[in-house]
Design a protein around this ligand. Structure first.
Ligand code: NDP
Length: 604
């Protein structure tokens, strides 16, 4: 093996790895990019029916006026509700499509569902609600229960409209209010609207030829059909004992539910297009001594420590110490050693060191597959060949051993995907796999129009639609609001900065929105709206800010992180973000608020 001579002590060939990564990416690039997926509507709409509620729910239509309508009862909506409640907002209404609070954790109840961000930093408002998770990594029921706990603690249930879908939002210029209409015939009005629809809320299906022909049972993982499989989110899928099951998709969701399917199905086929990186989970119960040692403000300090580390800013301590911070830890260990030579590290050298740390990490991940999976051909097929953060890294101790079971077969589609669907099964490479059930672990829409994912249109001043306003990409000030859409705030991924710990990002956003609502109230102002210049200035800042890791994303295997291989086109989840990253973004927004001049925003 030709080793890179500039590096001493390397037991791998960086050039060979770069070449392998390039080949694996190229064989997966598809000209249709995001259009390879079919929209879940029409004949496919049953894939998004809510399996967790009883049919027949009705309630009286609402026609009153409230201070704030929050759209979405996930953590964003709950945190906004909690913050507004603390600030003394009189009337809040939370409108949620599902039958309860929880958002993504309401929908994703598939067996094995678990959060792979540490529970002590992921579950919001732990100190306020007096709760400490049972384990370092929470399973879905604990997270869903915590969402409900927040709802109860902050008395938000009385303000919630569940099983309700917004039909449209319309700005009433004369009244300076939003008219909110819903599928429950509501025509309520609100002074402010906070949209917290969630970034991965709309399930997507692969556009495999014949997908509409299949006559067996099928469902998407975010609407798990326990009536068919038996069991619950902890497993015990006893009704699958005589069933042949296919699962399509081996992303973070597939990785978590495959072991349960393997344990219970008569036969399981796992259709893989790209393998995930699967690292050790190593979950453990919460240490009571550690719990006792916590002092007020601990959760925020821990969240900040994690965020700084995963943003690449080395810290004296790593409080979370897990797979997310691992790669940064490796890197920090390397950098001082280099600087000790007396040489300043150039950006190129730093990038090179990061890449080497990444190669090492992925070599470990691949070696682990060989250690666990007995059949060498299957093991080889399960190895990911890309840089760790090209796709969502996963952590699971049961996934790989599942492939040692005699009833489980990996169908490696070599980056191509399933060839076709027939009335009775799936076809790859001329072989038909007949199955009783197909489970789609194929993820969620990213990069489609915001209003399509939200499921409703927003009509601003003069009837202008948000779809039109954002037709060539989002246009906001700091990601929160747009010109022509007064008093309408966005939470989530909108021209701001994304971090691994999503609720941390929501927390920063909620503080901002609540502070501005307070400001408007103090001034007895009726509207908050960015000026034309304020909005265009921010759009320019975002578009011109060095796009974080653009080349990195271009080199990555396709997926929703890079717009299915179109990095730079605006379709990936990391596009249209503030390049310098979350730490810089939170500082910027806090400083902007603290300055008190609210540049670019009209509060009138
Ligand atoms: P993903 O989009 O990550 O994965 C979809 C899977 O479907 C991929 O493996 C994809 O392959 C595969 N696929 C798509 N089309 C085809 C096809 N035609 N033939 C075969 N396979 C196909 O969705 P997930 O639901 O797994 O995860 C979505 C996100 O949700 C995660 O990235 C994560 O952010 C979040 N999540 C978080 C969890 C947590 O622990 N916090 C747990 C679960 C999800 P390919 O890779 O080739 O595109």
């Amino acid at each position: 093996m030709a080793l890179d001579t500039a590096d001493t002590g390397l037991d791998f060939d960086p050039d060979a790895l770069r070449e392998r990564y390039r080949l694996e990416r190229d064989r997966r690039l598809r000209p249709e990019a995001n259009d390879q997926y079919v929209e879940v509507k029409g004949d496919f709409s049953h894939y998004v029916d809510d399996p967790y509620v009883e049919p027949g729910f009705t309630r009286a239509a609402l026609t009153d006026t409230v201070d704030v309508v929050i759209i979405g009862g996930g953590f964003g909506g709950l945190m906004a509700g909690a913050q507004l409640r603390k600030a003394g907002a009189d009337t809040i209404r939370i409108i949620e499509k599902g039958g309860d609070f929880g958002g993504t954790w309401y929908w994703n109840r598939y067996p094995g569902a678990q959060c792979d961000v540490e529970a002590y930093i992921y579950l919001p408002l732990l100190e306020e609600t007096g709760f400490l998770p049972k384990e370092k990594y929470s399973y879905a029921p604990e997270i869903l229960a915590h969402a409900r706990r927040i709802g109860e603690h902050f008395d938000l249930y009385k303000d919630a409209c569940f099983q309700t879908q917004i039909s449209e939002l319309r700005w009433l210029e004369d009244e300076k209010l939003w008219l909110v209409t819903t599928n429950r015939d509501d025509r309520m009005k609100a002074r402010f609207v906070i949209m917290s629809n969630g970034p991965l809320n709309r399930p997507k299906l692969p556009g495999i030829p014949g997908i509409d022909r299949y006559k067996g049972h099928s469902f998407h993982t975010s609407r798990w059909d326990y009536g068919y499989t038996g069991g619950d989110t902890t497993g015990n899928l006893d009704k699958l004992a005589d069933k042949r099951v296919a699962i399509i998709g081996t992303g973070a969701t597939g990785i978590q539910c495959v072991s349960h399917l393997g344990r219970h199905a008569k036969q399981l086929y796992v259709f893989q297009r790209t393998p995930s990186s699967v690292d050790l989970r190593g979950n453990r119960p919460t240490d009571p001594a550690w719990a006792k040692s916590l002092t007020p403000g601990w959760q925020k300090r821990r969240m900040d420590n994690f965020n700084l580390l995963v943003s690449g800013l080395p810290q004296d301590e790593d409080q979370v110490q897990d797979g997310w911070t691992d790669i940064i830890r490796n890197l920090s260990a390397m950098v001082p050693a280099r600087l000790a030579d007396g040489a300043a590290m150039t950006m190129e050298e730093l990038e090179r060191q990061v890449e080497l740390a990444d190669f090492r990490k992925m070599n470990q991940i691949r070696a682990r597959v060989d250690e666990v999976v007995k059949d060498p051909k299957t093991a080889e097929a399960l190895k990911p060949w890309y840089r760790q953060f090209c796709k969502r890294p996963t952590f699971n101790d049961d996934y790989l051993p599942t492939f040692n079971r005699p009833n489980v077969q990996l169908i490696d589609t070599l980056g191509r995907g399933v060839d076709s669907v027939t009335e009775t099964g799936l076809v790859f490479d001329g072989v038909e796999y007949e199955v009783d059930c197909i489970i789609f672990a194929t993820g969620f829409e990213v990069g489609t129009a915001y209003t399509r994912r939200a499921g409703f249109e927003v009509y601003g001043v003069g009837g202008q639609t948000l779809t039109d306003h954002w037709t060539s990409g989002m246009k906001t000030l700091h990601g929160f609001y747009s010109h022509g859409f007064p008093n309408c705030f966005h939470l989530g991924i909108t021209q701001n900065a994304l971090t691994v710990n999503f609720p941390h990002m929501l927390d920063e956003q909620v503080q901002h929105v609540a502070a501005l609502i307070q400001e408007a109230s103090d001034r007895q102002a009726r509207t908050i709206e960015p000026t034309v210049d304020g909005e265009s200035g921010w759009v320019r800042t975002v578009r011109e800010s060095p796009q974080a890791n653009l080349q990195f994303r271009r080199d990555c295997t396709p997926g929703y992180y890079n717009g299915e291989g179109t990095a730079g086109s605006g379709a990936g989840i990391f596009e249209q973000l503030y390049g310098p990253g979350p730490v810089a973004f939170y500082d910027l927004v806090r400083d902007w608020r603290a300055a008190g001049t609210f540049d670019g925003l009209a509060i009138a």
